[in-house]
Ligand binder design. Structure first.
Ligand code: ADP
Ligand code: ADP
Length: 226
């Protein structure tokens, strides 16, 4: 069972002579954590943005949890894709509390319980009334992760979530993020240019180069044959 299927995806930005992502085909199994690894400019963020629906491919098909979200004329907007996203800079609302950030836009009946539940998942009970500027970098990142999980997304996308953390915290957060995503039961795609991130976090590593897949395997397979 695959939660994310990319079939022959090509994306060329307006004004660009070369495609950022070239005929990319990739199927990610339910519950897996996959790292897209590779140098700056190889197409990692573009791939993530295509899955999220922030960009549209000119060719190919994207299927999320069995539902086609992008295929020629068919197009599902980001908010209807069941995708949660964590950005490099966390993108928290500075004027909203932790509680309000985590529940932003979530209007279901179980709102309060759900917010409490995800805050427990990221070990931030008791921080409900704080503002982002009253939190450490690691705590802010966990708020961002909690917010991405509030709607019980099938797919979670993380774009360089550790790049603003110092080395010690980074080591800790790798383990935390892996545990949290596994507990949430989501399928996650994680973008990084750090091999250590990939090793610690993922079940599978996809190495990209110039918009194409260069290597694809478990962390062990990838690093045994550098
Ligand atoms: P990565 O995330 O691996 O650093 P990107 O997906 O950001 O790579 O970029 C892939 C290629 O597409 C690069 O050549 C980059 O310059 C180009 N690119 C990315 N975003 C845009 C954009 N909005 N407009 C034009 N070109 C872009
Ligand atoms: P990343 O750190 O993910 O590789 P960058 O710092 O390269 O991202 O780019 C930041 C933003 O600029 C992104 O929104 C990306 O789409 C856009 N961008 C990147 N390359 C280009 C480009 N060549 N032309 C226009 N926009 C770009």
């Amino acid at each position: 069972m695959y939660d994310i299927e990319l079939k022959g995806i090509t994306k060329t930005y307006a004004g660009s002579s070369e495609a950022a992502v070239k005929n990319l085909t990739l199927s990610l199994e339910r519950g897996s954590i996959v790292t897209l690894l590779g140098p700056s400019g190889c197409g990692k963020s573009t791939t993530l943005r295509l899955i999220a629906g922030f960009e549209q491919a000119e060719e190919g098909k994207i299927v999320l949890a069995g539902k086609t979200v992008s295929d020629g004329g068919c197009w599902t907007p980001p908010e209807k894709r069941g995708v949660g996203m964590v950005f490099q800079d966390y993108a928290l609302f500075p004027h909203l509390t932790v509680f309000e950030n985590v529940g932003f836009g979530y209007k279901e009946k179980d709102r309060n319980e759900r917010i409490k539940e995800v805050l427990e998942l990221v070990s931030l009970q008791g921080f409900e009334k704080r503002y982002p500027n009253e939190l450490s970098g690691g705590q802010q990142q966990r708020v961002a992760l909690a917010r991405a999980l509030t709607r019980r997304p099938v797919v979670v996308l993380l774009d360089e979530p550790f790049s603003n953390l110092d080395a010690d915290l980074r080591v800790q957060m790798r383990m935390d993020v892996r545990r949290i995503i596994k507990e949430a039961g989501a399928t996650a795609v994680f973008v990084s240019h750090d091999q250590k991130d990939a090793l610690a976090i993922s079940d599978r590593v996809v190495v990209m180069k110039d918009g194409e897949i260069q290597q694809d395997g478990t962390p062990r397979e990838i690093y045994q044959f550098p």
